[in-house]
Structure formats: C-alpha cells, structure tokens
Design a protein around this ligand. Sequence first.
Ligand code: GLU
Ligand code: MG
Length: 436
Amino acid sequence: MTREAITYLLWSDLVGVTRTRGVPSADLASKAEAGLGWACAGQALTAFGSIVDNPWGPMDEARQIPDMASRFDYEGIPGEGWSAVICDSRASVTEDWDCCTRSFYRRALEALRAETGLSFCASSEHEFTLEAPGPVEAGFSFAAARRGNGFLRACCAALRAAGVTPESLEPEYGVSQYEIACAPEIGVAAADAALKAREIIRAVAADHGARASFTPKPAPKAVGNGAHIHFSLVDAASGENVTHDPADALGLTARAAAFCAGILAHLEALVAITAPTPVSYYRLTPHAWSCGFKAIGLQNREAALRVAPSPSADPARRRKGWNVEYRPSDGCASPYLTLGALVLAGLDGIRRGLALPPAIDRDPADMTPDERAALGIVPLPRSLDAALDALEADEIARGWFSPTLFDVYRRLKRWEAATARETDEATLFARYLNAY
Ligand code: GLU
Ligand code: MG
C-alpha cells in the first residue's frame, strides 16, 4: 500500500489535551506563514467530547501557526510513523491570541526577563500508568523494568529523536506505574519538551499494544501519577544558574527565595491550574509523597516546594545543578499553563520582595495543627472547586490571564467539578484514565 507522510500541527489546549490538524508533509512549507484555521470555540472543548458555553461565535477563528523549530518525527512501527510541529495559536498572522497557552507562557517568560534579567529553566518528571496485558510486577522491581524494557527502550530512542533528552526511565511504586524524567530546557522549550514527551510515551505504548495514562489517580486508592517540575533561575545574559547560594540555610539566592515565596503565596490559586481535575485532589493528600501542604523544605517530599540540592561535591557543579521541585502538578494540566503560572507567581514574589516561611524538615502531616499554624503551614485545597475559589479570590493571579482566557478556563473547570459531583467514583476515575 502506498503511504504519504503527514505532519500534524499540534497545540496544547486549556484542558491539557494536545489537539491537532494534519497536512501532507509535502505541503508543510506552504503553511509556515499562516498555518491552518481553527474555530476559537474549540478552546472551550472539554476532554470528554463536550463543549462549555463560550464567548465565540461561528465566525471566530484563530490561526494555528507552526513554529518550524519545534518540528519532530515519530518513527514508530515501520510505515506508521508521523511528523509533528508545535503551533502558536494566533488571532491573525500578525497578532497574538490571548487564549493561546503557548503565548501565555512566552509572555510570562518575557516579563520575567524584562523585569529581572532572568530566564527560567525547567524539566518534568512524567509518571504514568501503563495498562498492558500480562502479569503485574512489584513496584520499583527489576522484574517490572524487564517487563517494560522494550517499551522503555523505544521511549528512550523516540524521545531522543524528537530532541527530548530522557534522563531516567524506570518502574515506579504503583501498580503498572512507570516514570520517565527528562532533562531541563530553558524557556518555551521546557513546555514543548513536556508536550512531546507525553505524546511520544502515549504513541510508543500504543505501538506496544499498551496504553499510557497520565491521570493523577488511576483509582481512588491507587498510587498517584505526578508531573513534578524541577526549576532553576538562570541569568539570561551569562546562562549561569543563579539559584544557589551556599551561605543560605536552604541554599537559595535571595532572588530564588523570593521567587519560591511568590509560588507559595499563590499556591492555592496555582493548584487550580497545575492540578486541574477533580481526581487531582485525590492525589494531593499527606503521606503520599505528592504533597498535601503549603510548605518548603530541603529535600522534603511532603512539601509543595522541595529544594533539590545538587549531589556534587564540586562547587561549580553544585551551582549548576541546584534546583527546586514543584510537586503539586500533574499530567492533566497544559504544561504551558503550568510553567507560565509558576513563572508569574515567582515573578510576583521577586517584585514584592516576599520572604519565605520557615523551612520544614519533617512531614507536616505528623505535626499538630497548632505546630503547623505556628509555621504558616496550611493544607492544600481539598477539591477542584476549593482551588477554583482560591484562584477566583486571588486578584493578582486572576490578572495573569486575559479576561477571556480566565472566563473560559473557569467555565471548563467548574463544569468538570460539577460533572464529577454527579458521577460515581468508578466511572469518574475510568473517565480520566481514558482521557489522559
Ligand atoms: N507518585 C508521587 C506523586 O504522586 C511521587 C513519588 C515520587 O516522589 O517520585 O507525586
Ligand atoms: Mg516519581
């Protein structure tokens, strides 16, 4: 059978789904200037085939304009591969669209750089459930690695071919849970890498007769799938990591500390973006290493922000590798919204010179409520509705989004929360397992 190459134009929407339109690869160059049209109302799609009320009419159209530098190929099974390119959704060839997730992140990066001279470096740890036929091996076991070995090897090669650098690939703690952590990238490339990684992992799984799901919780009592973000601040001019100060108790420079303080100050609002589904809140519980509390600590896996020191004894390498991990994020969020919101929260901390609360060196869940209160440690919102209430009440965070983007995001997420309340748990968890 004769086959012709197709290139898929990709964009990440408000509910963290990668949407697409495809063109024959031979015609891609002719789409470089104006891309393809896409009804604006598509930005109001849920992950479940429905669409929420939105301000757009039948004539409103955005342009999906490929960023040719982001083009990548997926080889897959011989004859079944595809090419893809990530788009900016623009109002026209010359104007940004205020509802594009990629431009949201880009504008956040531009503001950070203009006001502080800093770039943002970030990487993602992708945890997922691999639904595959056959026996289930123990968590973290070599048996589980061997069972997934063909899949993991193919992921390793496919990621690298797409310009994403896999750093570790392994079975995780949960039933059929795996993790692939990727190398840090600076700027928009960090979110592009997260999009590519998720789609490639999904594609490789399908080619192995399996299914990879990034749902935060495959079942109410299952081990959660996180998408932790490791970030550092980089001097835009010199390219040096300026996150680490060996003289500080947490090892953070004043700017990195203020950036982290900004994230903590807006944390309840941030989780409405980074843990964006009803099932995300089954994951954000204490004693699950996903984090249940607003806190920061050196190496503390129960804190929302874990300072992750470089293990190197060499001072230059320590400075280069020092980073902070943001833990209350999962794979249902658009990586562009997640990283953009983190940058804007951090920038607000730098602007206002916010100070960090005391660092926590034990599990906050083991403290008494009084001990926690004295240290300013509060639980994270317990539901998507509670997180959305916090986002709506946080005037600074609301200002990060255009009024239209904020309104449509809010409608989408309130719809998800309301729908979840009317759905039995088994159906709800199956729905997210399937959609993500
Ligand atoms: N699976 C945990 C989560 O839900 C994270 C475990 C780990 O620290 O890697 O975030
Ligand atoms: Mg992990």
